[in-house]
Design a protein around this ligand. Structure first.
Ligand code: AMP
Length: 425
């Protein structure tokens, strides 16, 4: 029978990657807590309407990449009412309004970690299911919090061993100044319409800002295009000066990137992305974020500021592996083996006691000879073997150091400290 394969664009996280994932997730949780964020989790699917309204009908996430979810098997609904979440912010803002979080003393600072789904063409670093660490602040107009979030994303990269990630920064204005900028872009690109790709022409008609992050766009044409930074209203210009001034004071190096417009309609003012060294294409970005001061209102709430970022953990883990960055260390493995084929119950009891004492333990449940059990323990990568034998009647076992083959009898309740002491030395 043919072997069944995973769906295209998905990845299995195999045990070899576990230490890097554990490191990335631990750093994310630790930093989120130290920056004063609380955890939130929202469902993996939401009503399609949430994304259509929140992200905009014309956004790629809605127009091209939405993973629609049908109803129950056999249901005859023509238009599935739900979609797997392509990004976290719309769901978080929905929860914020649904549970009345906006009436609490603000601003709300929350984080989330979990899978996102985009029905995109799969390629290296671009999956149909991927994991994001997401950080959002709702109800804080900034600019200090914009700088704080950029610093947080950068600190995360440093702490997982990607300390030379580069930060790209831009401001795309707001409802007051963006219409004029949009018009300037349309006027600039219109005479070149025939030189544009089909996708470029579609972007020109639906969302001219997105012309700039079309990687097929001629680089000369892109470089000479009007820059959003030259079209900001006074309030947006002040905000941007605030963010960049604070980053300077914090010693955070960033690059102005006029082509950084972000894919979703809800962004206003600050946009930023982080890239691993030598990479600048949007499909290489480790993280992307920005301000979304209009989103809460679009989703039916009061006018409320918002800012956040999503950091792609799949790309982070790949970059860590390429860089040889260390993962989360796991404690030394202790194998529990026995001198008698019939002492399996004693091995399980000893394993239980050692786990109770905090050790990482794998008992051998087989009836193999002791020598074979020890060989198997070494192959598994165990650092220690605890040999259960007649000493157990006096509360003792034999502790064998699998690195040098030395062994000695030791009281069972001293095994934990003996193995740790040695691991520390
Ligand atoms: P975005 O909001 O699209 O900028 O996504 C934020 C981050 O999530 C990106 O910088 C990537 O690291 C990651 N990401 C986005 N889309 C994908 C994808 N299809 N596959 C893997 N990672 C992704």
């Amino acid at each position: 029978m043919p072997v069944i394969r995973a769906p295209r664009g998905t990845r299995d996280r195999l045990p070899e990657e576990a230490a890097a994932w554990a490191r990335a997730e631990a750093v994310a949780a630790d930093l989120a807590s130290r920056y004063g964020f609380e955890r939130i989790e929202t469902p993996l699917f939401e009503t399609t309407e949430l994304f259509v309204r929140g992200l905009g009908e014309g956004s790629d996430a809605v127009a091209k990449e939405m993973f629609r979810v049908g109803g129950a098997a056999g249901s005859e609904e023509e238009e599935p009412a739900w979609a797997l979440r392509p990004e976290p912010t719309a769901g978080i803002v929905r929860a914020y309004l649904e549970h009345g979080l906006h009436v609490r003393p603000g601003p709300l600072r929350v984080w989330m970690l979990g899978p996102m789904f985009r029905y995109d063409r799969p390629q290296a670093g671009r999956y149909r299911q991927f994991t994001q660490w997401d950080v959002e602040v709702i109800g804080d107009p900034g600019p200090a919090v914009d700088a704080e979030l950029i610093e947080l994303a950068s600190r995360f990269c440093t702490q997982v061993g990607l300390d030379d990630a580069s930060i790209h920064l831009n401001s795309i204005g707001d409802a007051a100044c963006r219409p004029a900028y949009r018009a300037a872009l349309t006027a600039y690109f219109a005479p070149h319409r025939n030189a544009l790709s089909e996708d470029g022409r579609r972007r020109l008609d639906t969302n001219p800002l997105r012309m700039l992050d079309d990687r097929t766009l001629d680089s000369g044409l892109a470089a000479a295009a009007p820059k959003s930074i030259d079209h900001l209203c006074d309030a947006c210009r002040d905000h941007f000066a605030g963010v960049s001034g604070l980053l300077d004071r914090l010693g955070i190096v960033y690059e102005l990137d006029h082509r950084l417009v972000r894919g979703l309609d809800y962004y206003t003012r600050t946009t930023f992305e982080l890239f691993p060294p030598g990479r600048t294409g949007s499909q290489d970005a480790l993280a992307g974020g920005g301000r979304y001061d209009g989103l809460v209102e679009v989703l039916g709430g009061p006018s409320t500021a918002g800012v956040g970022f999503g950091l792609g953990l799949d790309r982070v883990v790949l970059a860590m592996a390429q860089r040889g960055a260390p993962g989360e260390p796991s404690p030394a493995l202790v194998a529990v083996v026995g001198t008698q084929p019939s002492d399996v119950a004693e091995r399980l009891l000893v394993a239980g006691a050692l786990r109770e004492a905090g050790l990482r333990v794998r008992p051998d449940g087989s009836d193999r000879k002791l020598g074979r059990q020890l060989e198997a323990a070494a192959k598994l990568g165990a650092r220690w073997a605890v040999i259960v034998g007649e000493e157990l009647t006096r509360g003792a076992v034999v502790l064998r150091d699998l690195a040098d083959g030395s062994q000695r009898e030791i009281a069972l309740d001293e095994v934990s400290s003996a193995t740790r002491r040695n691991a520390d030395s």
